[in-house]
Design a protein around this ligand. Structure first.
Ligand code: NPQ
Ligand code: MG
Length: 368
C-alpha cells in the first residue's frame, strides 16, 4: 500500500481511580497514538509505553523519539510497505518493542481496512467474545480491597487478579479467598517485586489455590523462576520476562513458566504475539492476554488476539470503564462477563474526534 505519512499523537487519559502496582502509582495514562495514512485507508495503533521506565525500560518520550527518528522513516522508505516487511525492517533497531508494536498495529489496521478484513480474521480468532478478568491495584487496607473486588464481581468480571508486593500478599489473598470461596478464579501479579530469598514466603500462597503467580522475580531471571517453580505449588506465569517467542520457548523448556501472559506491546507486535501463542500451544502451555491500561484502540486489537484458541484463561481485557470514564472509541462493555470481539475492518473501532481532541496534548506529522 502507498503511504502519505504518519501522525504521532500524545494524549493523557485520566484514570477513574489511581492504579497502584509494586512499581508505582499512576493517576493519568499518557499514551502515544500512531495514525498511518495511506492513499486509500488509514489505521490506528496504540503505544503501551508508560510515562516512566518502571514496568520495562521503555517510556513515552523514548518511544516517541525512536518512532520519529528511526521507525517511521524506515516504514516510509519501504518501496511496498506491508506488516511483514515492516517487521523485518524494524528488526535492524534493537529493543523498543512497544514503539515497534504501535507502528506495526497502525499499519496492519490500515492494511486490513483497505482489504475489508478484521484483526480477528487476520490473526485467526475463533471466538465472538472473550472472558474478561480485572486487575485490582494495591490498596491501603483490606476492607478497601474487598469493596473494590465486590464491585468488580457485581459487574460480572470472571477472574480477579490482585497486584501484590512484599507486605501486601498473603493477607489480601487470604481475605479475598475467604470472602468469595474456592470457586473464584483468583491470581496475583508481583511485577518483579520479590527475590528467590522470598521463596518460602511465597509458598504461603499455595494453600489459596491461585490460578498462577505472575512475574514474582526480576525480568531477566529465568533460572530463578525455574528454581522457584520447584518450590511453589502455585503455577508461575511470566509477563515482563517474555520478550519474544524464542524467550517463551526458552522459559518453558527450562521450567521457568507454565502459563504465559501475552502483551503485543511487550513483544514487538501482533505478529510476534501470534507466534508466542502458537509456540505455547505446541508446548501445551496456556496463554492469556495481558493489558497495559489501553484505550479502545489498543483494547480492540487485544480483544481480537484474545479470541485465538490457546487463550484459555480470562485476560486483563477489561471493559473500558475499568480505567476510563470516557474512552476515545465506543467503549468496550461487559456482557455476561465477556467482551465482544469487533468484526468490522481492521481493529473495527475508531476514535471519536471530540473525545480524542479533549485528551490530546500534541500531534506531529511525518510526511512520506
Ligand atoms: C501487568 N497491567 O500486567 C500490567 C502492569 C501495568 C493491567 O495489571 C499505568 C499504571 C500503566 C500501571 C501499565 C495490569 C500500567 C500500569 C501496565 C501497570 O503487569
Ligand atoms: Mg503483569
Amino acid at each position: 500500500m502507498k503511504l502519505d505519512g504518519v501522525e504521532l499523537r500524545r494524549i493523557a487519559m485520566p484514570l477513574v481511580v489511581p492504579f497502584r502496582t509494586s512499581f508505582g502509582t499512576e493517576l493519568d495514562r499518557e499514551v502515544v497514538l500512531v495514525r498511518v495514512v495511506g492513499a486509500d485507508a488509514e489505521g490506528w495503533g496504540e503505544c503501551v509505553a508508560v510515562s516512566e521506565p518502571r514496568y520495562s525500560s521503555e517510556y513515552v518520550e523514548a518511544a516517541t523519539d525512536v518512532l520519529r527518528r528511526f521507525l517511521v522513516p524506515t516504514l516510509l522508505a519501504l518501496p511496498d510497505p506491508d506488516v511483514h516487511r515492516a517487521e523485518r525492517a524494524f528488526a535492524q533497531f534493537k529493543g523498543h518493542p512497544m514503539a515497534k508494536a504501535a507502528l506495526e498495529a497502525a499499519l496492519l489496521d490500515a492494511q486490513l481496512r483497505e482489504s475489508g478484513t478484521s484483526f480477528g480474521w487476520f490473526l485467526g480468532a475463533v471466538h465472538e467474545s472473550v472472558p474478561a478478568g480485572v486487575s485490582v491495584g494495591i490498596m491501603d487496607s483490606i476492607p478497601e480491597l474487598l469493596a473494590a473486588v465486590d464491585a468488580y464481581l457485581d459487574e460480572g468480571y470472571l477472574r480477579i487478579k490482585l497486584k501484590i508486593e512484599p507486605g501486601w500478599d498473603v493477607a489480601p489473598v487470604r481475605a479475598v479467598r475467604e470472602r468469595y470461596g474456592s470457586e473464584l478464579l483468583l491470581q496475583v501479579d508481583a511485577n518483579t517485586a520479590y527475590t528467590l530469598a522470598d521463596a518460602r514466603h511465597l509458598a504461603k500462597l499455595d494453600p489459596f489455590d491461585l490460578l498462577l503467580i505472575e512475574q514474582p522475580l526480576p525480568t531477566h531471571d529465568l533460572a530463578g523462576h525455574a528454581s522457584l517453580a520447584r518450590v511453589l505449588r502455585t503455577p508461575i506465569c511470566l509477563d515482563e520476562s517474555i520478550s519474544s517467542a524464542a524467550v517463551a520457548v526458552h522459559a518453558i523448556t527450562i521450567g521457568a513458566t507454565s502459563v504465559v501472559n501475552i502483551k503485543p506491546g511487550r513483544v514487538g507486535g501482533y505478529l510476534e504475539a501470534r507466534r508466542i501463542h502458537d509456540a505455547c500451544a505446541a508446548h501445551g502451555v496456556p496463554v492469556w492476554c495481558g493489558g497495559m491500561l489501553e484505550t479502545g484502540i489498543g483494547r480492540a486489537a487485544n480483544v481480537a488476539l484474545a479470541a485465538l484458541p490457546n487463550f484459555t484463561l480470562p485476560g486483563d481485557t477489561s471493559a473500558s470503564d475499568r480505567y476510563y470514564t470516557r474512552d476515545i472509541t465506543d467503549p468496550f462493555v461487559l456482557e455476561d462477563g465477556h467482551v465482544r470481539v469487533p468484526t468490522g475492518p481492521g481493529i473495527g473501532v475508531e476514535p471519536d474526534p471530540d473525545a480524542l481532541d479533549s485528551v490530546t496534548l500534541s500531534t506531529e506529522w511525518i510526511s512520506a
